[in-house]
Design a protein around this ligand. Structure first.
Ligand SMILES: Nc1ncnc2c1ncn2[C@@H]1O[C@H](COP(=O)(O)OP(=O)(O)OP(=O)(O)O)[C@@H](O)[C@H]1O
Length: 367
Protein backbone atom coordinates (compact mmCIF):
# COMPACT_ATOMS: atom_id res chain seq x y z
CA UNK A 1 0.00 0.00 0.00
CA UNK A 2 1.35 3.38 -0.92
CA UNK A 3 1.18 6.69 0.89
CA UNK A 4 -1.25 7.79 -1.84
CA UNK A 5 -3.80 5.22 -0.74
CA UNK A 6 -3.27 6.19 2.89
CA UNK A 7 -3.73 9.86 2.06
CA UNK A 8 -6.88 9.18 0.11
CA UNK A 9 -8.49 7.02 2.81
CA UNK A 10 -10.66 9.14 5.08
CA UNK A 11 -11.21 6.18 7.43
CA UNK A 12 -9.65 2.80 7.83
CA UNK A 13 -11.99 1.17 5.41
CA UNK A 14 -10.03 0.90 2.20
CA UNK A 15 -10.81 -2.75 1.74
CA UNK A 16 -9.17 -3.41 -1.57
CA UNK A 17 -7.48 -6.77 -1.09
CA UNK A 18 -3.74 -6.68 -1.60
CA UNK A 19 -3.33 -10.10 -3.15
CA UNK A 20 -0.14 -10.00 -1.17
CA UNK A 21 3.05 -11.18 -2.73
CA UNK A 22 4.68 -10.71 0.65
CA UNK A 23 4.92 -13.50 3.21
CA UNK A 24 1.87 -14.35 5.24
CA UNK A 25 1.93 -14.84 8.96
CA UNK A 26 -0.73 -17.36 9.77
CA UNK A 27 -1.98 -19.30 12.75
CA UNK A 28 -4.15 -22.35 12.53
CA UNK A 29 -7.31 -22.74 14.61
CA UNK A 30 -7.17 -25.27 17.40
CA UNK A 31 -10.66 -25.54 18.83
CA UNK A 32 -13.42 -27.69 17.51
CA UNK A 33 -16.15 -25.06 17.35
CA UNK A 34 -14.69 -23.33 14.29
CA UNK A 35 -13.36 -19.84 13.86
CA UNK A 36 -15.25 -16.79 15.02
CA UNK A 37 -12.58 -14.48 13.63
CA UNK A 38 -10.27 -14.97 10.67
CA UNK A 39 -7.80 -12.19 10.02
CA UNK A 40 -6.17 -12.51 6.62
CA UNK A 41 -3.19 -10.48 5.42
CA UNK A 42 -4.25 -7.51 7.51
CA UNK A 43 -2.34 -4.32 6.87
CA UNK A 44 -3.03 -1.11 8.74
CA UNK A 45 -0.94 1.86 7.61
CA UNK A 46 -1.09 5.32 9.14
CA UNK A 47 -0.02 8.45 7.28
CA UNK A 48 2.15 10.72 9.44
CA UNK A 49 4.27 13.80 8.65
CA UNK A 50 7.39 11.60 8.87
CA UNK A 51 6.06 8.93 6.49
CA UNK A 52 3.66 6.00 6.39
CA UNK A 53 3.75 4.00 9.62
CA UNK A 54 3.31 0.33 8.77
CA UNK A 55 1.73 -0.40 12.13
CA UNK A 56 0.29 -3.78 11.07
CA UNK A 57 1.94 -5.36 8.07
CA UNK A 58 0.47 -8.60 6.77
CA UNK A 59 -0.88 -10.35 9.83
CA UNK A 60 -3.09 -13.42 9.63
CA UNK A 61 -4.61 -15.23 12.57
CA UNK A 62 -7.64 -17.26 13.55
CA UNK A 63 -9.66 -17.28 16.74
CA UNK A 64 -12.11 -20.05 17.55
CA UNK A 65 -15.43 -19.78 19.36
CA UNK A 66 -14.91 -19.75 23.12
CA UNK A 67 -11.15 -19.35 22.83
CA UNK A 68 -8.95 -16.70 24.46
CA UNK A 69 -6.03 -15.39 22.41
CA UNK A 70 -3.26 -13.36 24.00
CA UNK A 71 -1.44 -10.83 21.81
CA UNK A 72 1.91 -9.81 23.26
CA UNK A 73 4.83 -7.68 22.16
CA UNK A 74 6.70 -4.64 23.38
CA UNK A 75 5.26 -1.16 23.18
CA UNK A 76 4.90 -0.01 19.57
CA UNK A 77 4.72 -3.50 18.05
CA UNK A 78 1.26 -2.89 16.60
CA UNK A 79 -1.07 -4.64 19.05
CA UNK A 80 -3.47 -1.76 19.62
CA UNK A 81 -3.58 -0.76 15.97
CA UNK A 82 -4.41 -4.36 15.07
CA UNK A 83 -7.28 -4.33 17.58
CA UNK A 84 -8.54 -1.01 16.25
CA UNK A 85 -8.24 -2.21 12.65
CA UNK A 86 -10.27 -5.33 13.51
CA UNK A 87 -12.93 -3.05 14.99
CA UNK A 88 -12.73 -0.58 12.09
CA UNK A 89 -11.76 2.17 14.53
CA UNK A 90 -8.67 3.51 12.82
CA UNK A 91 -7.77 7.21 12.91
CA UNK A 92 -8.02 9.43 9.83
CA UNK A 93 -5.19 9.31 7.27
CA UNK A 94 -5.02 5.57 7.67
CA UNK A 95 -5.87 2.63 5.47
CA UNK A 96 -6.46 -1.05 5.99
CA UNK A 97 -6.38 -3.92 3.57
CA UNK A 98 -6.78 -7.66 3.83
CA UNK A 99 -9.78 -9.37 5.40
CA UNK A 100 -11.27 -9.42 8.88
CA UNK A 101 -13.84 -12.19 8.67
CA UNK A 102 -16.12 -12.12 11.71
CA UNK A 103 -18.40 -15.15 11.56
CA UNK A 104 -17.70 -15.23 7.85
CA UNK A 105 -18.48 -11.55 7.10
CA UNK A 106 -15.62 -9.26 6.12
CA UNK A 107 -15.79 -6.32 8.51
CA UNK A 108 -13.42 -4.24 6.39
CA UNK A 109 -15.78 -4.23 3.42
CA UNK A 110 -19.04 -3.81 5.38
CA UNK A 111 -20.73 -0.41 5.13
CA UNK A 112 -20.15 1.66 8.27
CA UNK A 113 -23.79 1.31 9.39
CA UNK A 114 -23.63 -2.47 9.31
CA UNK A 115 -20.32 -2.42 11.15
CA UNK A 116 -21.86 -0.20 13.82
CA UNK A 117 -24.55 -2.85 14.34
CA UNK A 118 -21.81 -5.34 15.19
CA UNK A 119 -19.88 -3.05 17.56
CA UNK A 120 -21.04 -3.32 21.12
CA UNK A 121 -23.49 -6.06 20.30
CA UNK A 122 -21.38 -8.86 18.84
CA UNK A 123 -17.91 -7.44 19.37
CA UNK A 124 -17.20 -5.43 22.51
CA UNK A 125 -14.01 -3.76 23.63
CA UNK A 126 -12.51 -3.07 27.03
CA UNK A 127 -9.88 -0.36 26.88
CA UNK A 128 -6.92 0.51 29.04
CA UNK A 129 -8.46 3.55 30.63
CA UNK A 130 -12.10 3.20 31.74
CA UNK A 131 -12.00 6.86 32.75
CA UNK A 132 -11.82 7.74 29.08
CA UNK A 133 -14.19 5.06 27.78
CA UNK A 134 -17.01 5.81 30.23
CA UNK A 135 -18.86 9.07 29.72
CA UNK A 136 -18.09 11.23 32.79
CA UNK A 137 -21.44 13.06 32.74
CA UNK A 138 -23.66 10.00 32.36
CA UNK A 139 -24.71 7.83 35.31
CA UNK A 140 -23.55 4.19 35.39
CA UNK A 141 -27.09 2.87 34.83
CA UNK A 142 -27.54 4.62 31.51
CA UNK A 143 -24.10 3.58 30.29
CA UNK A 144 -24.85 -0.01 31.20
CA UNK A 145 -28.35 -0.17 29.78
CA UNK A 146 -28.08 1.97 26.64
CA UNK A 147 -26.53 -0.81 24.53
CA UNK A 148 -28.96 -3.50 25.63
CA UNK A 149 -31.96 -1.26 25.07
CA UNK A 150 -30.74 -0.31 21.59
CA UNK A 151 -29.39 -3.69 20.45
CA UNK A 152 -31.59 -6.14 22.37
CA UNK A 153 -34.75 -4.05 22.56
CA UNK A 154 -35.34 -4.82 26.25
CA UNK A 155 -37.66 -2.67 28.39
CA UNK A 156 -36.33 -0.13 30.91
CA UNK A 157 -37.29 -2.45 33.81
CA UNK A 158 -35.67 -5.47 32.24
CA UNK A 159 -32.54 -3.45 31.47
CA UNK A 160 -32.40 -2.26 35.10
CA UNK A 161 -32.65 -5.82 36.44
CA UNK A 162 -30.06 -7.03 33.98
CA UNK A 163 -27.71 -4.16 34.89
CA UNK A 164 -27.95 -5.16 38.57
CA UNK A 165 -27.18 -8.78 37.67
CA UNK A 166 -24.20 -7.74 35.57
CA UNK A 167 -22.75 -5.55 38.34
CA UNK A 168 -23.13 -8.42 40.80
CA UNK A 169 -21.47 -10.78 38.32
CA UNK A 170 -18.41 -8.52 37.98
CA UNK A 171 -18.15 -8.09 41.74
CA UNK A 172 -19.47 -4.56 42.26
CA UNK A 173 -20.87 -4.27 45.81
CA UNK A 174 -24.09 -2.38 46.49
CA UNK A 175 -25.08 -2.37 42.80
CA UNK A 176 -28.33 -0.36 43.32
CA UNK A 177 -26.29 2.56 44.63
CA UNK A 178 -23.55 2.16 41.99
CA UNK A 179 -26.11 2.42 39.19
CA UNK A 180 -26.86 5.96 40.36
CA UNK A 181 -23.16 6.94 40.51
CA UNK A 182 -21.20 8.90 37.94
CA UNK A 183 -17.89 7.29 36.86
CA UNK A 184 -15.76 9.74 38.90
CA UNK A 185 -17.49 8.50 42.07
CA UNK A 186 -15.97 5.03 41.56
CA UNK A 187 -12.42 3.77 42.15
CA UNK A 188 -10.29 2.80 39.14
CA UNK A 189 -10.92 -0.91 39.75
CA UNK A 190 -14.69 -0.35 40.09
CA UNK A 191 -14.74 1.68 36.87
CA UNK A 192 -12.99 -1.15 35.04
CA UNK A 193 -15.54 -3.62 36.47
CA UNK A 194 -18.35 -1.37 35.21
CA UNK A 195 -16.60 -1.21 31.82
CA UNK A 196 -16.49 -5.02 31.70
CA UNK A 197 -20.16 -5.23 32.70
CA UNK A 198 -20.98 -2.74 29.91
CA UNK A 199 -19.02 -4.85 27.44
CA UNK A 200 -20.92 -7.98 28.54
CA UNK A 201 -24.33 -6.30 28.44
CA UNK A 202 -25.25 -7.49 24.95
CA UNK A 203 -23.67 -10.93 25.34
CA UNK A 204 -20.99 -10.33 22.70
CA UNK A 205 -19.44 -13.18 20.75
CA UNK A 206 -16.00 -11.56 20.89
CA UNK A 207 -14.45 -9.39 23.58
CA UNK A 208 -11.29 -7.44 22.81
CA UNK A 209 -9.45 -6.29 25.93
CA UNK A 210 -6.57 -3.92 25.13
CA UNK A 211 -4.21 -3.54 28.10
CA UNK A 212 -7.28 -3.65 30.36
CA UNK A 213 -5.43 -3.28 33.65
CA UNK A 214 -2.46 -1.02 32.94
CA UNK A 215 -3.91 1.87 34.92
CA UNK A 216 -4.59 -0.26 38.01
CA UNK A 217 -2.45 -1.31 40.96
CA UNK A 218 -1.08 -4.86 40.95
CA UNK A 219 -3.62 -6.49 43.28
CA UNK A 220 -6.59 -4.99 41.44
CA UNK A 221 -4.96 -5.91 38.10
CA UNK A 222 -4.94 -9.55 39.04
CA UNK A 223 -8.57 -9.48 40.20
CA UNK A 224 -9.73 -7.82 36.97
CA UNK A 225 -7.72 -10.19 34.75
CA UNK A 226 -9.08 -13.23 36.57
CA UNK A 227 -12.57 -11.76 36.27
CA UNK A 228 -12.11 -11.34 32.50
CA UNK A 229 -11.00 -14.93 32.08
CA UNK A 230 -13.89 -16.15 34.28
CA UNK A 231 -16.57 -14.26 32.36
CA UNK A 232 -14.98 -15.20 29.02
CA UNK A 233 -15.37 -18.85 29.97
CA UNK A 234 -18.76 -18.64 31.66
CA UNK A 235 -20.27 -16.66 28.77
CA UNK A 236 -18.60 -18.91 26.18
CA UNK A 237 -17.13 -15.82 24.49
CA UNK A 238 -14.00 -15.54 22.43
CA UNK A 239 -11.50 -13.03 23.75
CA UNK A 240 -8.42 -11.23 22.51
CA UNK A 241 -6.32 -10.12 25.47
CA UNK A 242 -3.65 -7.60 24.49
CA UNK A 243 -0.70 -6.85 26.73
CA UNK A 244 2.96 -5.90 26.60
CA UNK A 245 3.31 -7.97 29.79
CA UNK A 246 3.63 -11.70 29.16
CA UNK A 247 2.81 -12.52 32.77
CA UNK A 248 -0.69 -11.16 32.18
CA UNK A 249 -1.38 -13.45 29.24
CA UNK A 250 0.20 -16.60 30.73
CA UNK A 251 -2.40 -18.77 32.39
CA UNK A 252 -5.31 -16.71 31.10
CA UNK A 253 -5.35 -17.56 27.40
CA UNK A 254 -5.57 -20.68 25.27
CA UNK A 255 -3.41 -19.34 22.46
CA UNK A 256 -0.79 -16.61 22.16
CA UNK A 257 0.42 -14.52 19.24
CA UNK A 258 3.71 -12.64 19.60
CA UNK A 259 3.89 -9.43 17.57
CA UNK A 260 7.03 -7.62 16.57
CA UNK A 261 7.20 -4.45 14.46
CA UNK A 262 3.79 -4.99 12.86
CA UNK A 263 4.19 -8.69 12.13
CA UNK A 264 3.63 -11.97 13.93
CA UNK A 265 6.85 -13.56 15.13
CA UNK A 266 5.34 -16.64 16.74
CA UNK A 267 1.91 -18.07 17.49
CA UNK A 268 0.43 -21.18 18.96
CA UNK A 269 -1.00 -22.69 22.11
CA UNK A 270 -0.03 -20.58 25.12
CA UNK A 271 1.66 -23.61 26.71
CA UNK A 272 3.86 -24.16 23.63
CA UNK A 273 4.71 -20.53 22.99
CA UNK A 274 5.66 -19.85 26.61
CA UNK A 275 6.98 -23.31 27.50
CA UNK A 276 8.92 -24.06 24.31
CA UNK A 277 9.41 -20.73 22.50
CA UNK A 278 11.13 -20.97 19.12
CA UNK A 279 11.49 -17.34 18.06
CA UNK A 280 14.45 -15.47 19.51
CA UNK A 281 12.21 -12.50 20.19
CA UNK A 282 9.85 -14.62 22.28
CA UNK A 283 12.89 -15.89 24.19
CA UNK A 284 14.04 -12.35 24.81
CA UNK A 285 10.57 -11.28 25.97
CA UNK A 286 10.36 -14.21 28.36
CA UNK A 287 13.80 -13.53 29.74
CA UNK A 288 12.73 -9.95 30.36
CA UNK A 289 9.79 -11.31 32.40
CA UNK A 290 11.46 -13.05 35.36
CA UNK A 291 8.16 -13.84 37.10
CA UNK A 292 7.46 -16.33 34.31
CA UNK A 293 10.81 -18.06 34.43
CA UNK A 294 10.86 -18.29 38.24
CA UNK A 295 14.03 -16.20 38.33
CA UNK A 296 12.38 -13.98 40.85
CA UNK A 297 15.58 -12.75 42.43
CA UNK A 298 17.62 -12.18 39.27
CA UNK A 299 17.89 -8.67 37.86
CA UNK A 300 15.44 -8.17 34.99
CA UNK A 301 17.19 -8.65 31.67
CA UNK A 302 16.13 -6.09 29.14
CA UNK A 303 16.11 -6.59 25.40
CA UNK A 304 18.89 -4.51 23.90
CA UNK A 305 18.22 -2.28 20.89
CA UNK A 306 14.88 -0.89 19.81
CA UNK A 307 12.08 -1.51 17.34
CA UNK A 308 12.90 -0.57 13.74
CA UNK A 309 11.57 2.65 12.23
CA UNK A 310 7.94 1.74 11.45
CA UNK A 311 8.05 3.94 8.32
CA UNK A 312 11.05 2.06 6.93
CA UNK A 313 11.25 -1.45 8.41
CA UNK A 314 13.92 -3.92 7.25
CA UNK A 315 12.99 -6.00 4.20
CA UNK A 316 13.89 -9.25 5.96
CA UNK A 317 13.23 -10.38 9.50
CA UNK A 318 12.38 -7.24 11.44
CA UNK A 319 14.01 -8.61 14.58
CA UNK A 320 17.30 -9.47 12.79
CA UNK A 321 19.10 -6.22 13.76
CA UNK A 322 18.61 -7.16 17.45
CA UNK A 323 19.12 -10.90 17.08
CA UNK A 324 22.39 -12.57 18.10
CA UNK A 325 21.61 -15.54 15.83
CA UNK A 326 20.90 -13.59 12.62
CA UNK A 327 22.98 -14.13 9.49
CA UNK A 328 22.91 -12.76 5.93
CA UNK A 329 19.86 -14.84 4.97
CA UNK A 330 17.81 -13.08 7.66
CA UNK A 331 18.07 -9.85 5.66
CA UNK A 332 16.34 -11.41 2.65
CA UNK A 333 12.60 -10.74 2.29
CA UNK A 334 10.57 -12.86 4.67
CA UNK A 335 10.50 -15.06 6.68
CA UNK A 336 7.03 -16.60 6.57
CA UNK A 337 5.26 -18.33 9.45
CA UNK A 338 6.08 -22.03 9.36
CA UNK A 339 4.63 -24.82 11.44
CA UNK A 340 6.92 -26.19 14.15
CA UNK A 341 4.31 -28.20 16.03
CA UNK A 342 0.66 -29.25 16.03
CA UNK A 343 -0.39 -25.75 17.08
CA UNK A 344 2.80 -23.76 16.90
CA UNK A 345 4.12 -21.50 14.12
CA UNK A 346 7.20 -19.34 13.95
CA UNK A 347 8.54 -16.80 11.46
CA UNK A 348 12.27 -17.40 11.86
CA UNK A 349 14.98 -18.90 9.65
CA UNK A 350 17.07 -19.87 12.68
CA UNK A 351 14.53 -20.88 15.31
CA UNK A 352 15.72 -22.04 18.71
CA UNK A 353 16.00 -25.83 18.63
CA UNK A 354 14.85 -26.85 22.05
CA UNK A 355 12.72 -23.88 22.92
CA UNK A 356 14.15 -24.00 26.40
CA UNK A 357 17.71 -22.82 25.90
CA UNK A 358 18.55 -19.94 28.22
CA UNK A 359 15.30 -20.50 30.09
CA UNK A 360 14.90 -22.19 33.40
CA UNK A 361 11.70 -23.95 32.31
CA UNK A 362 9.16 -25.16 34.81
CA UNK A 363 5.49 -24.43 35.10
CA UNK A 364 4.44 -21.01 33.89
CA UNK A 365 2.77 -18.76 36.36
CA UNK A 366 0.55 -15.81 35.56
CA UNK A 367 0.77 -12.78 37.75
N1 LIG B 1 -2.72 7.59 15.68
C1 LIG B 1 -1.48 7.26 15.30
N2 LIG B 1 -0.77 8.07 14.48
C2 LIG B 1 0.46 7.75 14.08
N3 LIG B 1 1.10 6.63 14.43
C3 LIG B 1 0.46 5.78 15.27
C4 LIG B 1 -0.85 6.06 15.75
N4 LIG B 1 -1.24 5.03 16.56
C5 LIG B 1 -0.20 4.17 16.59
N5 LIG B 1 0.82 4.61 15.81
C6 LIG B 1 2.10 3.93 15.58
O1 LIG B 1 1.82 2.61 15.16
C7 LIG B 1 2.79 1.70 15.69
C8 LIG B 1 2.06 0.63 16.47
O2 LIG B 1 1.46 1.25 17.62
P1 LIG B 1 0.52 0.46 18.65
O3 LIG B 1 -0.12 1.47 19.54
O4 LIG B 1 -0.36 -0.47 17.91
O5 LIG B 1 1.58 -0.39 19.45
P2 LIG B 1 1.30 -1.31 20.71
O6 LIG B 1 2.02 -2.58 20.47
O7 LIG B 1 -0.15 -1.40 20.99
O8 LIG B 1 2.03 -0.49 21.85
P3 LIG B 1 1.50 -0.11 23.34
O9 LIG B 1 1.68 -1.38 24.14
O10 LIG B 1 2.43 0.97 23.75
O11 LIG B 1 0.09 0.32 23.20
C9 LIG B 1 3.74 2.53 16.52
O12 LIG B 1 4.86 2.85 15.72
C10 LIG B 1 2.93 3.78 16.85
O13 LIG B 1 3.79 4.90 17.03
Amino acid sequence: MSIESVKSAPQATSAEPTGSAEPTNSTEPTGSAGPVLQVRNLRAYIGTPRGVVRAVDDVSLDLDHGQALGVVGESGSGKSVMARAIMGLMPGRSACSGEVLFQGRDLLSLPRRQRAEIWGKQIAMVFQDPGRSLNPVVRVERQLTEGMRRHLGVSRTEAHTRALDLLREVGVPDPERRLRNYPHELSGGMRQRVMIATALACEPTLLIADEPTTALDVTVQRQILDLLRRVQRSHGMSMILISHDLAIVAGRTDRTAVMYAGRLAEAGSTGEVFGAPRHRYTHALLEATPTLTHERHSPMRLITGSLPDPTDPPAGCRFAPRCAHADAACSEPGPTMASVGADHQVACLRPAQTGTENLTGGELVGR
